[in-house]
Design a protein around this ligand. Structure first.
Ligand code: CA
Length: 224
């Protein structure tokens, strides 16, 4: 069973979420404020944290900062829909992903699956199928409708990073650091250029992509 630490001060929302997650066989611990969240994170050792940013005692951003001093457990942030700045701040201090309130439970469940898949050991699952795309991570090959697609090494590396973290947001800084190196963290224009190239090669309709999704101002997400 996957252990989830749910940090949410709204009692009705916390109760509804806990109920749903338990019905999907998650082991849920609920914390009502930041202090309890930090205590429970070390005592309950969750596999993943779902964290509301607006807490009564400390800012959710501070909770992330404290957690990141000792753990890399995945953190999914619940944030207000208009809270673009707080999303960016949360990702900057080490959150892995976010869901905007109000959200559908299926969306949160998909994010949870993606977050926990990322920490699970990769047990030979090297072929990823996304619509008419077949991406073979071990062989470094991609085909579309059974036709091999030729990618440059940089295009492949970019695709690989996103596919390995499929379903989760990959921030622009993360992509630039992993593909080009730490000195290139601010070169977001590289991403625009290379994502456009990848979409032309991989998407049926590059102008409305189904797999290589842009999250404006934040990063990119590969959706299978
Ligand atoms: Ca709140």
């Amino acid at each position: 069973m996957t252990r989830v630490l749910l940090v949410e001060d709204d009692p009705a929302l916390a109760r509804a979420l806990a109920l749903t997650l338990r019905s999907r066989r998650y082991d849920v611990t609920v914390a009502r404020d930041g202090g309890a969240a930090l205590r429970d994170a070390s005592s309950a050792r969750p596999d993943v944290v779902v964290l509301d940013l607006g807490l009564p005692d400390v800012d959710g951003i501070e909770v992330i900062r404290s957690l990141r001093t000792w753990t890399q457990m995945p953190i999914i942030v619940l944030s207000a829909r208009d809270g673009q700045r707080s999303k960016v701040a949360a990702l900057d201090v080490g959150a892995d992903d976010y869901v905007s309130k109000p959200f559908g439970i299926e969306e949160l469940l998909a994010r949870l699956r993606a977050a926990t898949r990322r920490i699970a050991p990769e047990n030979g699952e090297s072929v990823v199928i996304a619509g008419d795309l077949v991406i073979d991570l071990a062989a470094a090959r991609v085909s579309r409708s059974h036709v091999n697609i030729r990618l440059t090494p940089t295009e492949w590396h970019l695709l690989e990073v996103m596919v390995r973290r499929r379903g989760t947001l990959v921030t622009r800084a993360d992509l630039l650091r992993e593909v080009w190196g730490p000195a290139y963290e601010k070169q977001t224009n590289y991403l625009r250029v290379y994502l456009a190239q990848l979409r032309r090669k991989l998407e049926a309709d590059p102008s409305s992509p189904r797999h290589l999704i842009t999250e404006a101002g934040l990063g990119y997400r590969f959706e299978a």
